[in-house]
Design a protein around this ligand. Structure first.
Ligand code: CMC
Length: 426
């Protein structure tokens, strides 16, 4: 640890307080203010945690100003173009990329665990028609704790990895079942002869005893989307997972909380909103009108798929997906009117002073929504795809937190602005 400090001066009293500076391996230095209240009697205020590091982590690194994203020290473009989603999941969980043999064993292990308890089908039956698959998925993951309760309280690292494999393997099955039930379609069981991504598309789009032809580009596109979503440092859903984990809740409860946090349209729900918005705009001639709405401070309308809390230059995930989108549009018949609307929005926003000055660039969701639509994935499933991708990240963060000595329960304070004591004096 460095012996550098930051001095805070209270200009009401001229009292000085020193706080240690913690040095990361990469990125901004961090001021340790854990003794701030004890020393000064004041809290710090940071709405939306824009300047707050909430934990030490060795998993993911983001440099928002340079558009850089790394998992365990590997650049995202290397992982997305040279490795698969399962390589990436293994890397996040174990800290190292797998050898060929280890990857094969890992794929086998996930296939073996991809079936869910038959009793869980009663749960799916209980939901009304058209229930949103995200609601069913979060309930399904929570319900895993009632079927697989041997891992609720785990102590050994092996148990944690077994739990991780179980959740990663079963989430695509629960996700596909959620959709099939919500549409009144027959469920398709996992096929042990298919790879992770192919199997999910098969369970989602297939019919019993009917082989569906998948083009390699479709599998590659979805694999890339999952890889790009696999982790993203301390975003809202990961923070939700860590906050719940800090109470020592079991992993299913933590991951289910992550799913619910991710559902919001400012986070993982954005890709669904992007496509809904593109459909609403409908025609290239309407784009200008909606750009004007997005810029109007009195209009709550926002251009979905633009802006990011951390990336203030470009979103490296968006750049990779833009290339995949191009490859796909060459091989598949993409909706040309929707693509034209998206292209026009991108063109205007990238040159408009409002968006440029606020550093609002297309984010991953701007492209992923269009790609998922091309893969014939229903809009209600877009956030679910994000969940399948993000699960290895959430579990890696959960394991990292659980392996720390002296876990502290997450318990922020507040700036109270309610009434002063108005209890009648007796
Ligand atoms: N359209 C129009 N104006 C916008 C947009 C947008 N998409 N995003 C931000 N702004 C404006 C905002 O009105 C504000 O303007 P002003 O300074 O004049 O008040 C300024 O830009 C800063 O916005 P902010 O809300 O303070 O920024 P934030 O960092 O808190 O929010 C965000 C980041 C992603 C929630 C936001 O940009 C947004 O709502 N984007 C649309 C939703 C979206 O695409 N979400 C997916 C994010 S990527 C997936 C993920 O990692 O979860």
């Amino acid at each position: 640890m460095s012996n550098k400090t930051v001095t805070v001066i209270d200009n009401r009293t001229n009292q000085k307080y020193d706080f240690p500076i913690l040095e990361p391996t990469m990125g901004a230095d961090v001021v340790d203010i854990s003794t701030f209240y004890q020393k000064t009697g004041m809290f710090t205020f940071d709405r939306g945690f824009t300047s707050t590091a909430s934990c030490r982590s060795a998993i993911t690194y983001i440099d928002g100003s340079k558009g850089k994203l790394m998992y365990r020290g590997y650049d995202i473009s290397y992982l997305a173009t040279k490795k698969t989603f399962l390589d990436t999941a293994y890397l996040l969980l174990n800290g190292e990329l797998p050898s060929k043999e280890r990857l094969e064993a890992y794929c086998k292990e996930l296939k073996k665990r991809s079936f869910i308890h038959e009793g869980m089908k009663k749960l799916f039956d209980a939901f009304p028609d058209n229930a949103h698959p995200m609601a069913i998925l979060s309930a399904g993951v929570s319900a895993l704790s009632t079927f697989y309760f041997d891992h609720l309280d785990m102590d050994s690292p092996d148990e944690a990895l077994e739990m991780a494999n179980r959740i990663i393997a079963k989430i695509p099955t629960i996700a596909a079942f959620s959709y099939r039930y919500s549409q009144g379609l027959p469920v398709i069981y996992p096929d042990l002869n298919k790879g992770f991504v192919e199997n999910f598309l098969y369970m989602l789009r297939g019919y019993p005893h009917h082989y569906i032809e998948l083009k390699p580009i479709e599998i590659k596109a979805l694999d890339t989307i999952l890889t790009l979503h696999a982790d993203h440092e301390q975003n809202a859903s990961t923070t939700a997972v860590r906050v719940v984990a800090s109470t020592r809740a079991h992993p299913y409860a933590c991951i289910s909380s992550g799913i619910n946090a991710l559902w919001g349209r400012a986070h993982g729900g954005a890709n669904e909103s992007v496509v809904r918005q593109l459909e609403m705009i409908g025609r290239v001639e309407n784009v200008e009108k909606y750009i004007a709405k997005a810029k109007d401070p009195n209009d709550p309308f926002r251009l979905m798929g633009f802006g990011h809390r951390v990336y203030k230059n470009f979103d490296p995930r968006a750049t990779i997906l833009k290339n995949i989108q191009k490859e796909l549009s060459e091989e598949l018949n993409l909706d040309s009117e929707l693509m034209a609307v998206a292209k026009k929005i991108e063109e205007i926003a990238l040159n408009d002073e409002y968006f440029v000055s606020r550093k609002l660039y297309p984010n991953i969701d701007f492209y992923s929504g269009i790609i998922l639509r091309a893969l014939k994935i229903p809009k209600e499933m877009f956030a679910v795809i994000f969940v399948i991708g993000r699960t290895p990240g959430w579990i890696s963060q959960w394991i990292e937190l659980r392996n720390q000595d002296n876990i502290k329960i997450a318990r922020p304070r507040q700036l109270y602005i309610g009434p002063k004591d108005r209890t009648p004096k007796e």
